[in-house]
Design a binder for this molecule. Structure first.
Ligand SMILES: Cc1cc2nc3c(=O)[nH]c(=O)nc-3n(C[C@H](O)[C@H](O)[C@H](O)COP(=O)(O)OP(=O)(O)OC[C@H]3O[C@@H](n4cnc5c(N)ncnc54)[C@H](O)[C@@H]3O)c2cc1C
Length: 454
């Protein structure tokens, strides 16, 4: 059996790994080909080491509260390379009135915090009494205002949406982006009611929870080390798939000046690429992929001498609500989260810019972005000297946006894929953008393929 995996990010790599492992265990005859457009694997994951600084270009890590990325690393026999964040990373800050205020984690902190006014806090508590309303789809902002009030929407929920999706809560679908939160209202009548029930049942946390986890030397090593464990997988880099069509019950995949036939296809490339290559196979599928927009997110890494930062950087970093009218989405204190990422007592801060609401960044040069990033964090973090190192990563199509109606797109993609048969859409375009969501999707797809074979 010949299987094609299109896209060499974490989704494609995890799919190829689990598939090769399962087929080998079943003693099946198989050949897997992994097509990657770029010269190396990783997709949104890349790690760059420059002098004393090791900087992640994309994701920082993943939470250990969901199982699939941990399982991937474990199945590959690489668990000893996992790297947990410093305990400091539990402390997260939100900016309000230009100041950094610690995000409350427990009820006593919530009552004391300046993050919300007394009126705002009482409105959050009143969530318990807000009547249940089951809507098929609702924006994250409408949901937050309805259940928690507008202040909590602006200062708690909106930063969370920009932190995960670089998204605009006025457009994002609650059900598609945060299904666990949606379920709390549907199953239990509200957020507090749901969280209390979950606590009673000890059915695990309602929120994200977990410890931020990375990999020794950076996430790109996770990708490369897992790929080294592939068996019977041909990795084709610099091999952008141009089109897929059906020919004699098989899929013909065209790349470069060549083409190969396959029995099964797993697609994990971004929606805007999938739209182009899938058209000869299914116009309807292409139309669906074309409906998924992307937000830009640029990452500026700034390295400092310890003496030049007066702030203790004791925490994960901070997010900035749109209401604060700043030019960045937030900043991560990388050298506090993962001390291994710097040498010689240096400090590393990753500034995140852009998002769905700030497309003006696309016009700026790297030098301008580095200047903006520095000027935005300078006073907040009491920085007295210039960065000794800087780097800018431009992700113009960083993260797919699950707008209202996204689940209809997902449903339609599933239906068309099953009509095509032996064709699977993975990646981050349907059911979650976190690394854990991507690995879960790949695991589920591999399970389906194996079931079909059995
Ligand atoms: C700046 C940033 C920060 C993030 N932070 C976090 C975080 O801290 N934690 C977290 O969990 N998630 C984070 N994410 C999200 C997460 O990194 C991504 O959702 C995830 O890595 C996507 O993996 P993927 O394999 O599905 O897609 P991608 O990584 O996009 O991989 C798709 C691959 O397909 C290839 N491709 C494209 N077209 C073709 C073609 N025609 N033929 C062949 N190959 C093709 C691409 O080159 C790419 O390598 C972040 C994302 C970004 C951009």
């Amino acid at each position: 059996m010949k299987i094609a995996v299109i896209g060499g990010g974490i989704s494609g790599v995890s799919a190829a790994f689990w598939l090769s492992k399962s087929l080998k265990e079943l003693k099946k005859d198989y050949e897997i080909t992994l097509f990657e457009k770029n010269e190396k694997l990783g997709g949104s994951i890349d790690t760059v080491t420059k002098g004393d600084f090791t900087v992640e270009a994309g994701p920082n890590g993943f939470l250990d509260s969901k199982p699939y990325t941990l399982k991937l690393v474990d199945d590959a026999g690489l668990s000893d390379k996992l790297y947990k964040s410093n305990d400091l990373a539990r402390k997260r800050y939100i900016m309000r009135y230009g100041r950094l205020i610690r995000l409350p984690e427990k009820p006593p902190q919530f009552f004391k915090t300046d993050l919300l006014t007394l009126k705002g806090k009482l409105r959050v508590i009143a969530e318990y009494f807000v009547p249940q309303k089951i809507l098929e789809d609702e924006t994250v902002a409408d949901f937050a205002r309805r259940r928690l009030g507008s202040e909590a929407c602006d200062y708690l929920i909106s930063p969370m949406v920009s932190g995960i999706f670089a998204g605009d809560p006025e457009k994002m679908s609650l059900r598609a982006c945060f299904p666990v939160i949606y379920e709390l209202e549907v199953k239990f009548g509200g957020l507090f009611k749901g969280m209390l029930k979950k606590r009673e049942k000890k059915s695990g946390p309602a929120g994200p929870g977990g410890v931020l986890t990375s990999y020794s030397g950076g996430l790109i090593n996770l990708i490369n080390d897992v790929a080294k464990k592939f068996e019977n997988v041909t990795i084709k880099t610099n091999a952008a798939v141009k089109s897929i069509f059906k020919e004699n019950e098989k899929f013909r995949i065209c790349y470069g000046d060549d083409s190969i036939s396959f029995d099964v296809v797993i697609l994990t490339c971004p929606a805007y690429e999938a739209e182009k290559i899938i058209r000869p196979l299914s116009e309807k599928l292409a139309v669906n992929f074309g409906k998924i927009p992307y937000a830009p997110a640029f990452v500026v890494g700034l390295g400092f001498d310890e003496k030049d930062i007066k702030d203790s950087l004791d925490g994960f970093g901070y997010l900035i609500p749109a209401k604060e009218n700043r030019k960045i989405l937030g900043a991560l204190f990388t050298s506090s989260i993962f001390p291994e990422r710097v040498k010689n007592d240096k400090r590393l801060i990753r500034v995140i810019m852009g998002g769905d609401r700030n497309r003006w960044i696309l016009e700026k040069s790297n030098e301008e972005l580095i200047d903006i990033a520095y000027n935005e964090i300078k006073d907040t973090l009491k920085i007295t000297g210039k960065p000794v190192s800087n780097v800018c990563f431009r992700w113009e199509y960083a993260i797919p946006q699950y707008y209202i109606g996204h689940l209809k797109i997902a449903e339609s993609v599933e239906q068309i894929s099953s009509e095509i048969g032996n064709f699977y859409v993975g990646g981050n375009i349907l059911y979650g953008v976190g690394i854990n969501d991507c690995t879960k999707r790949s695991f589920d797809i591999v399970e389906k393929i194996i079931q079909n074979i059995k």
